[in-house]
Design a binder for this molecule. Structure first.
Ligand SMILES: *Cc1c(COP(=O)(O)O)cnc(C)c1O
Length: 401
């Protein structure tokens, strides 16, 4: 197979983002296919025993086994790395596989982590339950305040781990300030960028060391496949992450990688339109509900910071009604918008975090994170926002709002 036909990092890294999203990483086979090929193979054959030995010794380029390398998966990894502006990327079978790998690959007994307290529910399970089992302590902080990170640092702090905007309260973390605090102290900053994607926010441009993704969300964006990714320097990916993932095997399937290659071609279009739709629907809701949290709206306390580090604010926001009864009543009255806990989908989806995504988080931790019984999280899709507003308007009336 001709590898990386027409692709040379010194050229592709200067392509503009929309070009990288369509063409980055494409490696054509001898057939010259225009759309990337799907290599559904677990193994590879060698021309001779010497080639097999040379490949295992690392003296010959090429693939040995799909837990370690796969042409379709590598095309996706190169595309994401280019879009992120990162030296390297490794994909994983899910976002949680990526988050688990990115933490466990670099931490050991006796280390300490400072994490944002407003994290995706399963990420909070990693920091609160999994890491302590291996003798790794975590301090969770209000990540909106950079000083909270400084105050939590200990001599054995190895990693800062946070997401921005954070799920589901839409807290914004000052990337430049927090990543600088990490860098000055030799701490690795790991940013979960699932909500924004590289189209809306490039944490590395603000000093982040590692960017991790649930690619299930905005990147696929059509509710089809689970996937994750970790971006970092060549040294981090090759020397720290790879030994862990090659041997533990959270590998992304070639089929899912292929779906994502297609998804990324339209990411820029989708996420910008969904961000616009979210602002349109959010503006309607502002007058009708007690509180709405979207960094793209001027009413958000961190709107200015979000504008500084994001090019648009994404498809997701949260809003509050009166308690669980009214929240569930509103969900049940929706006719167009689905009740679903996924996000990033091109379909509009709404969920009640306290009884779904964050039901596994203890109540006092939920309240500390800002997840009350009346909070609803809304993923605004690609439908006409006027139809979404009509659906919401009717449902709000039904619950007396
Ligand atoms: C969904 C999500 C994850 C987990 O990703 P999966 O692909 O569902 O495993 C992690 N972080 C954030 C911010 C998410 O939204």
């Amino acid at each position: 197979m001709k590898r990386n036909t027409g692709q040379d990092r010194s050229i592709t890294q200067h392509w503009r983002p929309a070009t990288q999203a369509v063409r980055g990483g494409t490696a054509r086979s001898e057939w010259g296919e225009t759309s990337e090929a799907m290599f559904l193979t677990s193994g590879y054959a060698y021309d001779c025993a010497g080639d097999a030995a040379a490949r295992f010794a690392g003296d010959q380029q090429g693939m040995t086994y799909s837990r370690l390398q796969n042409p379709t998966v590598e095309m996706l990894e190169e595309r994401i790395a280019l879009m992120e502006g990162a030296e390297a990327c490794r994909t994983m079978a899910s976002g949680m596989a990526a988050m688990t790998a990115v933490l466990l690959c670099q931490l050991e007994q006796g280390d300490h982590v400072v994490a944002g307290r407003a994290l995706f529910g399963s990420c909070r399970w990693l920091t609160d339950t999994l890491l302590p089992k291996f003798g790794i302590e975590t301090t969770t902080v209000d990540a909106r305040d950079p000083q909270a990170f400084t105050d939590a640092v200990r001599p054995n702090t190895k990693v800062f781990f946070f997401e921005t905007p954070a799920n589901p309260t839409m807290d914004v973390v000052d990337l430049e300030a927090v990543c600088a605090i990490a860098r000055e102290r030799g701490i690795t900053s790991v940013v979960d960028n699932a909500f924004a994607t590289p189209v809306l926010q490039k944490p590395m441009a603000f000093g982040a060391d590692v960017v991790a993704y649930s690619a299930t969300k905005m990147m696929d964006g059509q509710g089809r496949v689970l996937a994750g990714a970790v971006c970092g320097t060549q040294a981090f990916i090759n020397d720290i992450l790879l030994p862990f993932t090659r041997n533990t095997g959270p590998t992304l399937s070639a089929f899912n990688a292929w779906v994502l290659l297609k998804s990324l071609e339209t990411l820029d279009l989708r996420i910008r339109r969904q961000s616009e739709n979210a602002v349109a629907v959010g503006t309607f809701l502002e007058g009708r509900v007690p509180r709405i949290l979207h960094p793209g709206l001027e009413s958000h306390p961190q709107h200015e910071l979000a504008r500084k580090q994001m090019t648009a604010c994404g498809s997701v926001f949260s809003f509050e009604v009166e308690g669980r009864g009214q929240a569930h009543g509103l969900l049940d009255a929706l006719k167009l918008i689905d009740i679903s806990n996924n996000i990033g989908d091109s379909r509009s989806l709404m969920t009640h975090p306290a009884s779904t995504t964050h039901s596994g988080v203890a109540e006092e931790k939920r309240l500390e994170m800002g997840i009350g019984e009346g909070l609803l999280r809304f993923n605004v899709g690609l439908e006409d926002p006027r139809d979404l507003i009509d659906d919401l308007d009717a449902a709000l009336r039904k619950v007396g709002l």
